[in-house]
Design a protein around this ligand. Sequence first.
Ligand code: KG4
Ligand code: ZN
Length: 331
Amino acid sequence: MIVLGVETSCDETSVSIVKDGKTVLSNEVLSQIDIHKEYGGVVPEIASREHVRGITFVFDQAIKKAKINYDEIDLIAVTQGPGLIGSLLIGVNAAKVVSLNYHIPIVGIHHIAGHIYANNIERDMEFPLLALVVSGGHTELIIMKEHYSFEKLGETLDDAVGEAYDKIARILGLPYPGGPQVDKLAQFGKDVFHFPRPMIDSEDYNFSFSGLKSHVINFHHNLTQRKETIDIIDFCSSFQEAVTDILVKKTQKAIQEYQVKQIIVAGGVAANKGLRQKMYEIITEVPVYFPQIKYCTDNAAMIAVAGYFKFQKDPIADDFMLNGYSRLDLK
Ligand code: KG4
Ligand code: ZN
């Protein structure tokens, strides 16, 4: 079964062709990072315009690189939310046009289901599993008892972990997106500042990163006011240690309560070297898997894989009322 995936929920225009929910025949990603960098973050209106400019080219490239024709595609899977509404609508409408023109069934996909299913590219997902979702907009622990079934154990009550990374990077004057920059510097430092680890021992599976973020920002502000020099490397390292301690501890708590066959990590922050290291080091009871780095951040291959499994489970296509939604529950 050949699935064409489309992802335009934020600042990446991506189209991918995936065979049988596993083999990536092409995965074209047109990134807008260089454009948004100038503003220190994604500007929604600019993002929508760039998707319009790039989408046809990205479709063409994905088809060309996969060496297939449109009439060989069995299903179209498109991100329908959550995300920036203007951006989502470009992908949804482009996908609907192709669906209508070539008579290909279409399914709408939740962006986080896509991030989770990026894990199936490398190896088959085994159930029940625990998914730690860490991206720019989400921080969640999810149990999956079978394909395309998601039970949320807990989530962030305020900032997502990627969002906190990006804000810390910003006060340090690092370019957008800051997460990878903080990660890079953190490798060389030590946890000398021992920042707080909010909710690390709470009874539930929820997270909170806004308190940690404010504490770190205030700490930086006070040092700058006093004209003290800040070791930016130790600063990044201390922040990363606090964040990864929280993520690993909550994951560990969940595997003590739920019997799972594997842990999968998903979303942009799954690219984080410190998180990868700590998860492998501390969680030894159950195998821990991460997607390849290129499938951690937004891409359409993960959407195509999710589409394949959604359609396998429930082979009912969406109709042309399919729409984009800035907020959407994972079901
Ligand atoms: O999943 P994603 O591409 O987009 C969303 O769905 O949000 O995640 C983007 C987020 C950004 O906040 C980015 O800074 C963060 O993932 N990120 C990282 C790393 N690579 C990307 N955060 C920490 N360390 C990294 N290596
Ligand atoms: Zn994402």
